[in-house]
Write a new protein. Structure first.
Length: 218
């Protein structure tokens, strides 16, 4: 077997495990938000276990990437592909951490009725899940336009984040007793906003893998 054939097989193996890691991350986000909506502490605890699995997958993919880099005569494009994958799994692992953080907060709500209807938080979750999925697919399919679109999609996440924060601020001003719940909702919303930022990072590393240039922030 030639080095090139072996390299392509190993990279496909990384692709396959990235897809699996992505699915577990999507599941973790879905579960933590559903646990919040349904006040299901047992479902929230499932996210803790899923996050451990995501951590293990990051370590395994990292090891595979390092083995690829040790192959003989890798070309510049090889380095970019593997370097991008290494950066992407770091962002994916952090997203898993943030899903776990949301699940942890979810278990801290008492039995009191929520101070607001949960409309925008699940909307944010749906958008960031799609962003993560698109980022990984853009890498696998070398889809530059899809990778670049993530930054624009993140604007929708930021709009929802600002909307929720404004609503919660009004609720605190209206009644200081709302503050405890409002702060927890603010934290959950902030974690979702950060997940969107990590998805944008993934898109930028895909762009680097394809073009050799990392987009610069204005």
């Amino acid at each position: 077997m030639s080095i090139r054939t072996r390299y392509e097989q190993e990279l496909k193996n990384v692709f396959d495990r990235l897809i699996l890691m992505c699915r577990h991350i999507e599941s973790a986000i879905e579960k933590c938000v559903k646990a919040l909506m349904e006040r299901d502490s047992e479902l929230a605890k499932e996210v803790f276990e899923e996050e451990k699995l995501i951590d293990k997958m990051e370590r395994d993919i990292e090891q595979s990437c390092l083995q690829i880099l040790l192959m003989e005569h890798p070309v510049a494009g090889d380095f970019r592909d593997v370097s991008a994958a290494l950066k992407m799994i770091t962002d994916l692992e952090r997203i898993g951490d943030q899903a776990r953080d949301i699940a942890e907060i979810t278990t801290q709500f008492g039995d009191e009725e929520y101070i607001k209807k949960l409309v925008h938080i699940p909307q944010m979750a749906a958008i960031v899940i799609q962003m993560i999925r698109d980022g990984v697919q853009a890498y696998i399919n070398r889809d530059l336009e899809l990778a670049r679109s993530l930054d624009r999609t993140d604007d929708k996440v930021d709009e929802l984040f600002n909307l929720v924060m404004a609503e919660l601020t009004v609720l605190i001003k209206k009644n200081p007793d709302n503050a405890e719940q409002a702060i927890m909702f603010m934290m959950i919303t902030k974690y979702l906003e950060r997940i969107g930022d990590h998805a944008v990072n993934i898109g930028e590393w895909v762009e680097y893998a394809i073009t050799g240039e990392h987009p610069k922030k204005e």
